[in-house]
Structure formats: C-alpha cells, structure tokens
Design a protein around this ligand. Sequence first.
Ligand code: PXP
Length: 239
Amino acid sequence: MRFCLNVDHVATLRNARGEAQPDPVTFALMAEQYGVDGIVVHLREDRRHINERDVRLLKELITTKLDLEMAAVDEIIEIACDVQPELATIVPERRLELTTEGGINVIDNISQLRQAIKTLHQSDIAVSLFVEPDLNQIDAAAEIEADIVEIHTGHYANAVGEENIFDELERVRIAAKHAKKLGLGVNAGHGLNYINMKEFVAIPDIDEVSIGHAVIARSLFVGLEQAIKEMIKITGMNK
Ligand code: PXP
C-alpha cells in the first residue's frame, strides 16, 4: 500500500505566525527523502493553510507526485489546470468546517463533477473523487469517468467498540472491492493513524493511503524521519 503524506498542518503552523517557517515545501522534500510515495495538500478557497506559492513550488520541486485536494470550483480548477498536479482529489468544502467532514455527494452533483473531471482531464490531470464507502456513490464516480475514488475512512477511524470498528472496516473493504471491479484506482484517507492502520493495511484493494494529522503530530515527538519510517513499516506490510 502506498503512503502519501498530507502537509497541510505544517502550513497551519507557519500561518499562525504569518511568517515563513515552518515551510511545508521544505518539509515535503524531507518527507520524500524518508520514503513517502507522494505529497498531498489541500488548496482551500479561504487559503487557511496551503497557498498558491506552496502548490507551485511543490509541483516544481518534488520528485514523487503531487495530489492536490480541491473543491470543484472554477477558481481552483483553473489553478489546478495551470499547475498540473499528478492527481486532483475533489472534496466537498465548507468554510466553517475544521477539516473535510465527509465524502462528496457525486449523485447530487453529477453534472458539475462531470464537467470538472472533463476540464481536468483536458489538462492531463488524473482525477480522484473523495467518497463515502457507498456503492451507489462509487458507481456514479465511475459513470462520470473519475480515475480513482478516495474512500472516506473517518467513520472507521471514529468507530468505538469492536463490533462497530469491524462493521466500518467491512464497509470500506466492500467499497474498495467494488471500485476495483469497476476499474477505478482506490485510495483511502481521513483519520488513519498508527493504531487503526494495523488492521486497515490488510484490505487488499486499496492502492494508497493519504495521511496527515497522525504523522505530522507524531513528528513533533520523534522527528519527521522516525514518524515516516514507522508508518512505512505498517503500510509496507501490504505491498
Ligand atoms: N484525505 C482527504 C480527502 C482529506 O481531506 C484529509 C484531511 O485533510 C485526509 C485524507 C487526511 O486526513 P488526516 O489528516 O486525518 O490524516
């Protein structure tokens, strides 16, 4: 299973002072040296953490791949087409949320998303849709020619009690299998950490995980190199 690191939280810390440090771009370059398979950033409409300068520099400097999380709105689509990340992951976005709260409703937004995918494809950008582990949403993603679905793992991460955890993991497992059968690439993310990844990594149909908070938080205690290597040890169990 590939492991891509989301560095948004480094930008949050930088912006707390309104100065240049810590620089998420430098952080991403170091993360690549320690073995991550890609870098993820979310360019939000309100620019609360990552900004355009970060995205442009990342695209220029990183040597793995850039996954740009974004809302399907004209301003951000235009920037994406200009920067050309290797992957655009379309997420729902609300100004008041602390973080992305759930998958995008593909069925209810099908014509807007179809158009966004078409525009991004015209610029040779692969497109992933961040969706709930819901077979109907995944069918809709395939219908409008998404390349990948990223399955929202927040319910699994927040589940309490053995039975609930098992049920949520099953939902993700079934959704991943279904997406693979339709020919989609399968990513997953949100709330994954060093503990819940131990069972998660056994799901055979997931190609890649996108993890931010747990790894950035751990790096404060043990340093970035160790935080990354510990996660690679887990994700590497399913390669
Ligand atoms: N995937 C998506 C689509 C997200 O929005 C986020 C949160 O930015 C993540 C993955 C990473 O979540 P976390 O920071 O909880 O690892």
